[in-house]
Design a binder for this molecule. Sequence first.
Ligand code: B1M
Length: 211
Amino acid sequence: MEDLKKLSEAIIGGDAQSARAITEKALSQGIDPVRIVHDYMVPAMNEVGQRFDCNEYFVPELLLSARAMKSCLELLRPKLASGGVKAAGRVVIGTVKGDLHDIGKNLVAAMLEGGGFEVIDLGVNVSPEKFVDAVKNMDANIVAMSALLTTTMPAMKTTIDALKDAGLRQKVKVLVGGAPITEKFADDVGADGYSENAPGAVSLARKLLAA
Ligand code: B1M
């Protein structure tokens, strides 16, 4: 069996080539992709964050680790999605305006796909207008927003207000998440739900649509 601790080490070290090779091998050995992500990749990125916090890592190191993480996610995404049975709902997802962090958002998108949702990923730095247009044009029933910066959290409220102004708020459930987001913040901005992690976002999306 593949030693997945080496995968964590490769992500922490920003070695995309090794990280990808280990992921490929682990998948060929039938290791559960959800386990690969949650037991090894997410903790590795958390360690990178801690090193950044104590000035051991700087932006270039973050970028290298993020690139390694993304490279592995490319391989994992189809596997995470293959469990889906039928479209459980249509989700428009994006990282809010001003925010370029997309690793967590990509993870949530991949897990939602895996949970049987149709996912329209608008990317990063998504303006309220772009969310509104996507809900209109794609006939989505969930809007999922991610924010990693305290300075971009207010964009979630601006987006919810834009949905209200466009007469779309009742049509969609709004799901929010990201490291600085809390349940209280979600309530304060008028979201329908908050999840602290990607698997939680999937069960919450199901619950919200069933309600
Ligand atoms: Co940035 N960054 N960053 N960064 N970065 C943080 C967020 C920070 C906490 C680091 C720090 O100072 N300790 C800090 C924010 C501080 C604050 O706001 N209070 C910070 C900063 C300051 C910045 C810059 C301003 C730095 C600079 O330029 N001086 C800059 C801002 C750029 C911008 O966005 N405009 C910046 C840039 C970057 C990089 C580009 C270098 C890179 C991002 C690469 C990329 O995403 N493509 C980066 C990184 C990698 C980080 C850290 C180290 C790691 C983030 C990450 O990917 N985590 C981060 C420190 C940290 O978080 N400890 C940091 C792994 C990922 C799996 O977790 O995204 O939290 P996360 O997702 C989780 C949950 O939050 C949840 O599910 C996932 C797990 O299952 N989740 C959801 C996420 N979205 C969800 C949505 C949901 C539900 C759950 O429903 C819709």
